[in-house]
Design a protein. Structure first.
Length: 185
């Protein structure tokens, strides 16, 4: 798949999350299936694009329905002159090379303590590292996350370069989903 073939343009309404969490206000949009199908993978994928002609580069998350969703932070909303509830124009294209993911501190500490695991980690692809991180950070409980870090280091130490039994799209495991939208007034 070429970068050009992943290009899509669509209009979508900016939704307010029902549970925004702490911090700044943000919006989200679920990509139309046709736009998502042009992307190189159903799991996390980095795109560059525009919202109302305002450039951004972001990591799309899987929505568990074989599509993706995009979180739009308050700063990007302001730059794009957009508000929650507005219908805006998006242009998206997959980046040619996935950027190196940021390693969570707890995983990095575990890798640094296990030379064999670190060596395999460094010998994997960026996409494989992204999937390892996604698997670990998708744990809902702290004890599950801790166990996954231990398991990851064990698998990596044995030379395993890809996380097993993990559906990065969330479609088969139903692990991932887009945020639930708040009722629009």
């Amino acid at each position: 798949m070429t970068q050009k073939s992943s290009r899509s343009q669509f209009d979508a309404q900016l939704l307010r999350p029902a549970e925004p969490g702490d911090g700044d206000a943000w919006a989200f949009v679920v990509l139309p299936k046709a736009a998502s199908e042009k992307l190189p993978r159903r799991g996390r994928v980095t795109v560059e694009g525009q919202i109302n002609d305002q450039y951004f580069q972001m990591l799309l998350e899987p929505d568990g329905q074989k599509s993706h969703w995009l979180k739009i932070n308050e700063q990007l909303l302001k730059k794009a002159g957009a508000s929650i509830g507005d219908v805006v124009t998006f242009t998206l294209i997959a980046v040619e090379q996935e950027p190196e993911p940021q390693i969570p501190p707890d995983l990095n500490q575990a890798l640094q303590a296990r030379a064999e695991a670190l060596a395999t980690w460094q010998d994997t692809t960026t996409i494989a590292r992204l999937d390892w991180i996604h698997w670990i950070t998708s744990a809902k409980q702290a004890k599950t996350r801790s166990k996954r870090i231990i398991d990851a280091c064990d698998m990596l130490s044995s030379g395993k370069k890809r996380v097993c039994c993990f559906d990065p799209s969330g479609y088969y495991s139903k692990v991932f989903s887009a945020p639930r939208a708040a009722d629009q007034d």
